[in-house]
Design a protein around this ligand. Structure first.
Ligand SMILES: Cc1cc2nc3c(=O)[nH]c(=O)nc-3n(C[C@H](O)[C@H](O)[C@H](O)COP(=O)(O)O)c2cc1C
Length: 188
């Protein structure tokens, strides 16, 4: 028997990211778990769902650009901090050593093993949130998390987030090769 939970969001866990944007000429960083992949293959598009009250939104709209960085497990406390306090109240600009990519106006976090810089492609207006769709212009990864030309997420050690328990989780073990383990499956 299934219990009807109404329209409860059940799409968890999600990887926690830190969104960077220049706001009033200063880097600002915001913790964001509601990220999506919009298009695979070139060009690549991702989305971030941002509450309209956030300080970051102003900068994303002004600069038409933002970054999405992936913090690793050892950054859990600072990631949580950025998700509690708004840049409207505190100065987040000196929180991290920042680097820039090709766009020049997108702050990215040196300490995060992986960062993507995005130009703003489109904005979808929802009642409480703005969904920013970004075109990935560049992806920067620490050499020690890259194998060949791919990112090894076991080495990245991303932070996963679940809204129901309000807990952070870590990545578990690999369990099977995609597009492979199902090849010879037959309905029993
Ligand atoms: C684990 C976690 C995940 C969050 N995910 C989102 C999210 O996906 N979208 C959102 O609008 N806010 C999210 N927040 C809340 C913002 O990070 C928070 O309100 C932040 O202080 C806004 O910062 P800003 O005003 O400097 O942009 C999250 C917070 C935490 C702790």
């Amino acid at each position: 028997m299934k219990k009807d939970l109404g329209s409860l969001l059940a799409l968890y866990p999600m990887p926690v990211t830190i969104v960077g944007a220049m706001v009033n000429g200063k880097p600002n960083f915001t913790t964001v778990a509601h990220v999506g992949i919009m298009n695979t293959g070139l060009p690549q598009f991702i989305s971030i769902s941002m509450n309209k009250a956030h300080h970051a939104n102003k900068g994303i709209k002004e600069n038409k650009a933002f970054s999405v960085c992936i913090p690793s497990e050892d950054m859990m406390a600072e990631t949580d901090y950025l998700g509690i306090y708004s840049g409207a109240k505190i100065n987040k600009s000196e929180f991290f050593k920042v680097f820039h990519g090709n766009l020049g106006n997108v702050p990215m976090i040196e300490k995060c093993p992986v960062c993507m810089e995005c130009s703003l492609h489109d904005t979808i207006d929802f009642p409480n949130h703005e969904l920013f769709i970004g075109k990935i212009i560049g992806t920067f990864a620490e050499e020690d998390v890259v194998v060949g030309n791919e990112i090894d997420f076991a080495k990245v050690r991303p932070i996963l987030f679940d809204m129901s328990s309000r807990q952070y989780w870590k990545l578990g073990d690999q369990m099977g090769k995609a597009w492979s383990v199902g090849k010879n499956y037959r309905k029993g």
